[in-house]
Design a protein around this ligand. Sequence first.
Ligand SMILES: Cc1cc2nc3c(=O)[nH]c(=O)nc-3n(C[C@H](O)[C@H](O)[C@H](O)COP(=O)(O)OP(=O)(O)OC[C@H]3O[C@@H](n4cnc5c(N)ncnc54)[C@H](O)[C@@H]3O)c2cc1C
Length: 290
Amino acid sequence: MALEEVYKGENVDEVVELLDKYGKDAKIIAGGTDIVIDLRNNRIDPKVLIDISSIEELKGIKDKGEYIEIGAGVSFTQVVENPLFERNLYGLNKACHMVGSPQIRNKGTLGGNIANGSPAADSIPPLICLNSTLILKSVRGRREISIEDYYKDENEKIRPDELLVSIGFKKPKENQVLSFAKLGLRKALAISRLSIAILVELDEEGKIINIEVASGSLGKYPMRELELEQFLLGKKLEDSTVDEGVLVLQRAMEKRLAGRSTFPYKRVAVDRMFREALEEAMKYLDEVRL
Ligand SMILES: Cc1cc2nc3c(=O)[nH]c(=O)nc-3n(C[C@H](O)[C@H](O)[C@H](O)COP(=O)(O)OP(=O)(O)OC[C@H]3O[C@@H](n4cnc5c(N)ncnc54)[C@H](O)[C@@H]3O)c2cc1C
């Protein structure tokens, strides 16, 4: 089936009408940094492409008081340059900043990072730690789903007639911080070999009272590391606790990745990545406590 039509979408309503009309024969193109490669390698063969890159209503980053809403058409560079993502949301800023190259960051969108569904997508572990909600639209209406369930449940994936419109999450409290660490094959332009995001909160005594840990490329999809969270909750972050935490994480990984050629390498690398993300989080919390 050859490409017959390319539509330049003017607004969300028009795009969902087109998706309803063409269904599986249509594909959305946002920044094109994934889909153009898929087209070139004949991995996909749509009849219709719907370009959403100039739809303003998809490009906003809205500070809604307790919540932040990010349009699906927002680029990695927009996140990196937005002051909302400096302090205790630095982990999302860092994840976006470590994507590909400046050109990729200028074009690539968070919506494309999510919809493409790669286990190595860098924005996902931080968005999982923030318990983000995805808003999807079709002529049938609006669908809200947690990003964690979106990845966990095949039935919840984006449907051919759906457009991802926005990603929303509650702002972390002042004494909570989101951090991120990624290991790529080389400093720049590197797809993640693995990544870790941590959202953590300590009490006055330095005990963990709230923790969310999510990983990328350590399983079929980006996911929460629940066993590690349960182990760390209520503990002080002493060296022995961190050492034991690494073992808990490695055991959880082994259940998922044993037998994979990459497992021995990732088992060693995850130690350093977890410690890097934790150290960055502690550095921020020490600063805010001063
Ligand atoms: C050289 C290079 C380096 C890269 N490095 C990294 C990296 O370090 N980390 C990383 O995470 N990624 C990396 N990527 C992958 C890519 O840049 C990201 O996944 C990016 O977020 C894709 O966004 P896009 O807007 O370009 O998506 P597109 O290519 O336009 O679309 C990707 C997919 O999502 C669908 N889609 C896009 N937007 C929507 C929407 N709003 N609603 C419904 N479906 C939608 C499209 O139909 C398509 O199937 C790299 C890519 C390249 C080429």
